[in-house]
Design a protein around this ligand. Sequence first.
Ligand code: ATP
Ligand code: MG
Length: 599
Amino acid sequence: MTRSAARTGAAALALPFRATPVAAGTSLVLTVLAGVAPATGAWLTMLLVDELTSGAASAGRAAFLAVASALAGGLAGALLYLVGHLGEVVRHRVTLTVESRLFERVASLPGLRHIEDPAFHDRLRLAEQAAQEAPGTVTQFAQELVRSAVLLGGFAGAALAVWPPMALLLLASALTAVLARLATVRREAATEEAWVATDRRRLFYRALLTDVRAAKEIRLFGLGTLLHTRMIGSLAAVSRARLAVARRGTLAQSGLALLGAAVTGAGTVAVATNVVAGGASVGDLVLFLGAVTGVQAGLTGVVLQLGDAGRAVRLFGHYLDVLGTGDDLPAGTRTPPPRAAVELRDVWFRYADDGPWVLRGVNLTIPAGTAVGLAGVNGAGKSTLVKLLCRFYDPQRGTITWDGVDLRELDVTALRARIGVVFQEFMTYDLTAAENIGIGQVTHLDDRPRIVEAARAAHADETLTALPRGYDTVLSRTHTDDAERAGVTLSGGQWQRVALARCLMRADAGLIVLDEPTSGLDAEGEHRVHGILRRHAAGRTRLLISHRMSALRDAELIATLVDGRIAERGGHDELMDAGGEYARLFRLQAGGYQDARVR
Ligand SMILES: Nc1ncnc2c1ncn2[C@@H]1O[C@H](COP(=O)(O)OP(=O)(O)OP(=O)(O)O)[C@@H](O)[C@H]1O
Ligand SMILES: [Mg+2]
């Protein structure tokens, strides 16, 4: 997305005023006052020195000027603290606003396209950094600019009054400083953009090293050193790149400091000579020195912050990009019809435009209220088909309909509310057992009777009741509950039952999809779960995917997915007689169970 730096900067600047108008406005006004105070102080000091060296000094006037000058100094100091505090208030409010907006966008992305795109993650990371830094940095810069403009105006006016050519010298040194800083800024921002992927990998290795789920493999395969080396390697590479940019910046900055000293020296010599010649007073020299030091300090501040602000503005562009990210699925508006009859017609799908086709013309009808079993070897595209049914992606060709209506026309949230799924890679949340089930129907997160009912149906109730704090036990080894009590972790099969219970929370689901829901269950568990499912989900449309052919046997219709197409469909007996892929897979598994002693 192309957007001018001025527009991006304006957006970053506008943010504080949107987030917290009163604090931001007050801060701006006080900043202006804080800018006026030092020049006033210097002016009063000049008057004091002149009064004292005039030869006819009045003690009363001198005392008044001394007190006034001290007051101006004190006020300037106090205002700076106040402005600093207001800045802090603004920063907190802005961080809250931008983080909220950023993750609101991420949370509302309907499909999986963006979330599975590495470039999107890079942008998101840059956006998050920028969102936290830019508004504060840009506001600070703007404040500094206002304060310094007033301050510089005052001082420059004073210096000008004493020795006019000084204005030109100051201008020249200011311009050089600004140009040098801008060049560094561009390099800094480009470095951040170029290295964000490496930095994300560092965070990945870092997370992996502390991940409880990865801990077993890391130890058994002895991956600790490898991961540690990679993590530190990424960090070192990013550090090297950042340091190289900083080195150049320091060199430029040092050069500028020398230039500033030369300008001051030249001006001081000129004015001092003039004082000796009687063309100017000692007070003039004092004012001039104060003015030049003030101008240079102000300029240094502005130039340094210009760098930070420039970098922040460029990175803030990524934040605006993320906020402006379009939906990865066109929105539909229709409510799904009550009958959950699903039909796939000549569905072609691939994950990337240049990737291989995963589905190549799938035709499959899942009549309302029936159970359909789907078989196929690893990588055949079964889970992909599930993702298309949930409309995480749209097929490139062909249509999927819900009671005759194309999924694309349906409101995607309403559609998903009608589907209960146990994904093959279901989640194990570091939440309580009750929450792990309740989130299946988030509006009933606290509906304990319904949660227990779902757990009973999935045969998880006994296990969960027996936990130290029953359903309120945290299912995690890395997080404690609110009372800081450690949690427990379940076995693989027990987790699978919890996932099944989660799916069964959806009482309104017309379509239930189970992708390998019983692969981790013991034989008795599987048998019971199938019985329960038949009763619990009776009347609902079911799609059951399993490598255990016995689990599919009772389905009214069984289909096999081969080479991205439905190769055969029919009842168990019919398919066995046909002697195709289903019969082959079934016999293979049945053969594994044959034992002469059983026969
Ligand atoms: N998010 C993704 N991005 C790119 N390719 C993917 C993605 N998910 C799956 N694939 C690819 O799509 C193909 C089908 O995968 P899918 O998970 O649908 O198979 P499956 O039939 O469910 O296999 P299994 O029996 O192992 O569960 C595989 O070749 C896989 O590499
Ligand atoms: Mg799968």
